[in-house]
Design a protein around this ligand. Sequence first.
Ligand SMILES: [Zn+2]
Length: 579
Amino acid sequence: MKLYIKLCVVSALVVNLFSSCSYKQQVDLIVSNAIVYTVDSSLSNAESFAVKDGKFIEVGSNDAIQKKYEAKETVDAKGKAVYPGFIDSHCHFYGYGKGLVEVNLVGTKSFDEVIERVKEYSKTNKSEWIIGRGWDQNDWEIKEFPNRYKLDKLFPNTPVFLQRIDGHAALVNREALKRAEIMADTKVKGGVIQIDLITEENGGEDDWLKEELNKEIRNIKYPFSMPSGILIDNAVDLVKDKITKPTTSEVKNALLAAQQNCLAVGLTTVDDAGLEKNIVDEMDALQKVGELKIRVYAMLSDNKENLDYYLQNGIYKTDRLNVRSFKFYADGSLGSRGACMLSPYTDKPEQQGFLLSTPEHFKESAKKVFDKGFQMNTHCIGDSAVRLISTIYLNTLISNSTASPAPLSYRWRIEHAQVVNENDLKFFSGIIPSVQPTHATSDMYWAEDRIGVERMRYAYAYNDLLKSTGMVALGTDFPVENINPLYTFYAAVARMDLNGFPGNGFNKENALSRENTLKGMTIWGAYANFEEKEKGSIEAGKFADFIILENDIMKCDIDKLPATKVISTYVNGECVYHN
Ligand SMILES: [Zn+2]
């Protein structure tokens, strides 16, 4: 017996010797001299790996890989850190691309600045509409919603549509309201058409009102109600639906522009949270011809066309496009007080937010989506929305499963989970929280005004959610936030914004460790997409999606995190960005 073992050892040595001097396996790429954060189950590190046909085939030490493989292309990482490509678990990839050719209103410090940017943009705009996004009245000195009157004067015949940073509110001018046939008495479920009460004194401001007055002067009594131009949640769609649809080449340009910026910040997969079929089709076409290289996890918008088509045709999956989920909206946002709360807003006690559809709609949809094996992902910001949707999820998953697999295995997701009641954290043992750490550091300036100190304890509570679920999927919600995943990493770990505020971190007990943050941006993101067997870590057999960073984000000073540059991004073993 002993002799037999010895012989085996000797023959293994012979094979090894033979292979190392005269035969090396041909691969496409070898990366060496790296600190490879593999994000495998034991979070092990390596120095090198070999890639063939778009996949990692072995990960190990420099010596081991060098001895065994020979590559057409070699990359010396020069001691830099290498990570699995980042996954943004919740963003609006197409919407962001589209926004790159619209008026950018992010960072405006007043409504006058909004007007200036729109005026500037209009000089070169060739489209029928003026479309913009990114204003946030919380950043202005006067923190009230603006109104349409200045826009009406500047653009009497051009429709103007300016979305708030979160997309849950919009300012539109009279021409846009007219095209959508919105008047003060128009009713919309799950939305608000804000009304201005026009008195005899201020009535002179509004040309539209003057027209109305001229038409039927005898019936008009002051004060007179007119739409102010602010639309919230479902009311936004009334105008959105009237905007001229983009052509195929405009869609293509938007997707490719978005891709270029995303690859440059180290994203290799984006979860697009709310898409129409025509956009998904264009993504598919672009990926088939090799133009769209970034991988997309598509969440379909909740509408009849999408539900009819995809529930009939089933899940669609290629290496770079995975269409197996639906995105629902339970409520609006905290910024525009559309988030559905269990009790009133602290700074506007007459408001409590609202649901965007009936509970029956969510219940019926959950059953339909479940029956066809799709995943349900629902936007929930307020604690009431979180409670309702969690209950519907768990009831659907438990009552319809024949065996009794854990609800978590269905991987249904709550997007944002921003304000959670303490008693409802338990629901997340069966639901994946998909959260955006930069929302915490953007909203921290005013969120407490909205909901008060007690509810803040369980708002943006990523570590509490992590403890309940065992994982969190991390994203940005861009273009609501910047696309840069390193800002996410920094916000999650430091709970500070880019100004280093607050110095001791915002609600620091809900910061995540660097390890958990890295997992949230890689392997947990992959799990939330049913893709953990193909991506999310640097392990043999998975897609060779990886990035080389300038700093080792697991060890560098915290203040170095956000400005960390991406040196290279690889998708499927191909270098798609190099700095
Ligand atoms: Zn979103």
